[in-house]
Design a protein around this ligand. Structure first.
Ligand SMILES: Nc1ncnc2c1ncn2[C@@H]1O[C@H](COP(=O)(O)OP(=O)(O)OP(=O)(O)O)[C@@H](O)[C@H]1O
Length: 261
């Protein structure tokens, strides 16, 4: 079967399971999925499990291939994961740090015979930082470093791109630029999954929203189906309204929070 399918996945740290017997998918090629939910819901753990970075059991199939049985190198050809923390080897140049992401092994990025430097420059151009390529990472702002992290994930041209809060340090304009970029990368035939706290951005740009709570999937559906006032009340403990703005985009308006003084 094409796409990403997760069945009976349990994942966690040490002896503690954060996610238990989780089923999800298939998430098809061409779509952008937003993973939302409260702090500590298990969003990052789920993405790390898919990327092979935490203790995981169960089945995670990409286009029918069992990812959990692939070697780390083979998995990295097909799956890229952008962590919450931006690149921190500050002495490297921006270009070097993106080239470094190519060095974990060969990619499945098509019949591209560009050099690593050319591929890295193309990824930097895509996120608008080509002109800063020769500068040390230390010269960049926090948001710009977060964009370099995105270039590191994109440069491998993974068919499954996973990103953990890629817009958390970005200004209003760049948040939209990144969401547009991720959707267009999905439309090129890839599967994109993004953890995001801003439900407005998720509703505006994602094809599907996966709402997680306490390590379980509460909803997995197009945004307007997944995000309902009742569910958000149950999961986040907020009294809220969902309204459509003039362009039809869903907006979440929080009126009150439970447990606040
Ligand atoms: N490296 C780790 N070792 C042990 N426990 C961890 C580790 N990382 C996360 N956890 C625990 O796993 C649970 C889920 O964390 P996770 O980071 O997956 O949640 P999240 O939904 O991404 O949260 P947030 O929105 O706050 O980033 C939390 O209780 C957290 O304490």
């Amino acid at each position: 079967m094409q796409g990403l399918t997760i069945e009976g996945v349990t994942a966690g740290y040490g002896a503690t399971d954060i996610i238990e017997r989780l089923d999800l998918g298939p998430l098809p090629h061409g779509e952008l999925t937003a993973f939302v939910g409260p702090n500590a819901a298990g969003k990052s753990t789920l993405l790390r499990a898919i990327a092979g970075l935490v203790r995981t059991s169960g089945s995670i199939r990409l286009d029918g291939d069992e990812l959990t049985r692939l070697s780390a190198g083979k998995r990295a050809r097909r799956v890229a994961f952008m962590p919450q923390t931006p690149p921190d080897r500050l002495h490297l140049s921006v270009l070097e740090s993106v080239i470094g992401a190519l060095m974990v092994g060969p990619t499945d990025g098509g019949s591209d015979d560009r050099s690593p430097a050319e591929s890295a420059m193309a990824a930097l151009a895509r996120i608008g930082l080509a002109e800063r390529a020769m500068e040390p990472l230390a010269n960049l702002s926090g948001g710009q470093r977060q964009l370099v992290g995105l270039a590191q994930a994109l440069v491998r041209k993974p068919s499954l791109l996973l990103l953990d809060e890629p817009t958390s340090a970005l200004d209003l304009r760049l948040q939209v630029v990144v969401m547009q970029l991720l959707r267009s990368y999905a439309r090129e035939g890839n599967i994109v999954g993004v953890v995001i706290h801003d439900l407005g951005l998720a509703a505006r740009w994602a094809d599907r929203v996966v709402l997680l709570d306490e390590g379980s999937v509460v909803a997995s559906a197009p945004p307007h189906e997944a995000l309902t006032a009742d569910r958000l009340n149950q999961v986040y403990g907020v009294a809220c309204r969902l309204e459509r703005c003039t362009r039809g985009t869903l907006q979440v308006l929080v009126d009150d929070v439970q447990g606040a003084s």
